[in-house]
Design a protein around this ligand. Structure first.
Ligand code: AMP
Ligand code: GLY
Length: 448
């Protein structure tokens, strides 16, 4: 089989690495890929994975490439090409592609769409109130029934989460204290200065407290297969301080849910989700990644993503024992009911090494040392996110640079192994969190 993977981050390196282990794959390309992806080799024949200089949003070029090379399967990593309709485009041309179609991508590309869907189909979520740019000048005096509801939940803790409707590179979410902050956040979103078209509607969500976990389910239009839990660390600094980032590290499994609790939650979310999709005519084939807050009143979905999480993918795929090509094929073909997901009992921890200054401004082109030594450690894999090749060196080329991932018999062992590998890697200005997975130990009092 010939496979094309689209994207260039740590998620895509993990996808390429796992797909390359499949005995079905004889040739693989990644557009545009990164320096780590270019070092991967296929298990079947030792062939190198070839990086192709086409950006993930250049749909016509990607289509032409897949047609020319006769790719048997294209695998899409990031949200942007999905929201732009890459799956629909490839399908119209008779090409097999894994990922959600444009209609299904709305779960991620529109917070308003997701919120309305969750309310309509009884999926547990935060209470919310939507304001359009037309309503904004008199937003506090609307006669809608949900205005009363909003006033009530705002009263509870004087906090509220303001979300721009569209894709905003993970930055369209602001946690506000009190009405004047809410007003300023909305003003900024509507005036377009901050989030462009993403701000024509805003969703004001009740602020929820609890433990946040990432869920993933692989879907085939009818069946949804839940993954084990993972937890991301979104803030830049230890102790969940600093700005929100794309994710500074993950681990799996988490101690917050037993298998039975996870199955109950999956039922509460996935059953109404799949039923709603059928009723709305949405053919959901791909990954559904709900961000879930475990509150004292039960689990509540904060948002839906329609693709693999980054860096959740790094911990999931190091634990996955199935052949990923077979799983993705089944997701496209609608035959997931015949598959059983198999997970290693080992725990996995991924520590993201970022450029100094990320998620704000940062420098690029810093030489990275120690990669080979770190990669040669047992049970360890260094996934590249923002890297490039410069002569015979590998240099930084993005905010999140590497995802140093290690397996261990329990979380403590995996955490120690990941940080041991991190110690070998250097580049100027490097920044990483030192407390990835620490919450697991604080919560359980039991370091497993
Ligand atoms: P989102 O892009 O909607 O997942 O939001 C980004 C982050 O903001 C989430 O991962 C949470 O940490 C936080 N967040 C979002 N919605 C809420 C909420 N309703 N209550 C508390 N925190 C939230
Ligand atoms: N881990 C956060 C995300 O992928 O959105």
């Amino acid at each position: 089989m010939k496979i094309l993977v689209i994207g260039s981050g740590g998620r895509e390196h993990a996808l390429v690495w796992k797909l390359a282990q499949s005995s079905h794959v004889a040739q693989m390309w990644c557009a545009p890929g990164n320096a780590g992806i270019a070092q991967e080799r296929l298990a079947k024949n030792g062939a190198a994975v070839e990086c192709v200089n086409i950006a993930a949003e250049e749909l016509p070029k990607l289509l032409a490439f897949a047609q020319e090379k006769r790719a048997d399967l294209t695998v899409v990593g990031p949200d942007n090409p999905l929201a732009l309709g890459i799956v629909d485009l490839f399908q119209q041309h008779g090409l097999k592609i894994w990922g959600v179609n444009q209609k299904a991508a709305q779960f991620e590309s529109s917070k308003f769409f997701s919120q309305s869907f969750m309310e309509k189909y009884g999926i547990p979520t935060a209470r919310a109130f939507t304001v359009t740019s037309d309503e904004f000048p008199h937003w506090e005096n609307s006669r809608r029934a949900d205005q009363r509801e909003f006033n009530l939940f705002l009263l509870a803790n004087n906090k509220c989460v303001v979300k721009a409707d569209g894709l905003a590179l993970g930055k369209g979410v602001l946690i506000c204290n009190g009405r004047s902050e809410i007003y300023s956040a909305m003003l900024e979103m509507f005036s377009g200065r901050k989030f462009g078209d993403a701000g024509k509607k805003v969703v004001l969500q009740e602020y929820l407290e609890g433990v946040e976990v990432s869920l993933h389910a692989l879907c085939d239009g009818t069946t949804a297969k839940i993954f084990p839990t993972a937890q991301d660390h979104k803030r830049a600094f230890d102790g969940d301080l600093g700005l929100n980032t794309g994710g500074m590290g993950t681990y799996s499994p988490t101690p917050f849910l037993t298998d039975v609790q996870l199955a109950e939650i999956a039922k509460k979310i996935l059953e109404p989700f799949m039923r709603g999709c059928t009723e709305e005519g949405i053919d959901y084939r791909g990954i559904l990644y709900p961000g879930v807050m475990l509150t004292k009143d039960g689990p509540k979905v904060l948002e839906f993503n329609a693709r693999f999480g980054d860096p959740e993918t790094q911990v999931y795929l190091t634990r996955l024992e199935n052949d990923l090509v077979e799983l993705l094929d089944a997701s496209v073909d609608g035959t997931l009911d015949k598959m059983e997901l198999k997970w290693s009992p080992l725990a996995s921890v991924c520590v993201v090494m970022a450029s100094g200054g990320y998620p704000g401004n940062y420098a690029k082109g810093k030489i990275i040392s120690g990669l080979d030594v770190a990669n040669a450690l047992p049970q360890t894999k260094v996934f590249h996110a923002g890297t490039a090749r410069a002569g015979d060196q590998i240099v930084t080329n993005g905010g999140r640079v590497l995802g140093v991932t290690a397996l261990g018999k329990d979380l403590k062992t995996a955490q120690a192994a990941a940080y041991a590998a991190v110690e070998y890697i250097q580049f100027e200005g490097v920044h990483y969190r030192r407390d990835i997975a620490a919450k697991a130990f604080a919560a359980s009092g039991n370091p497993t």
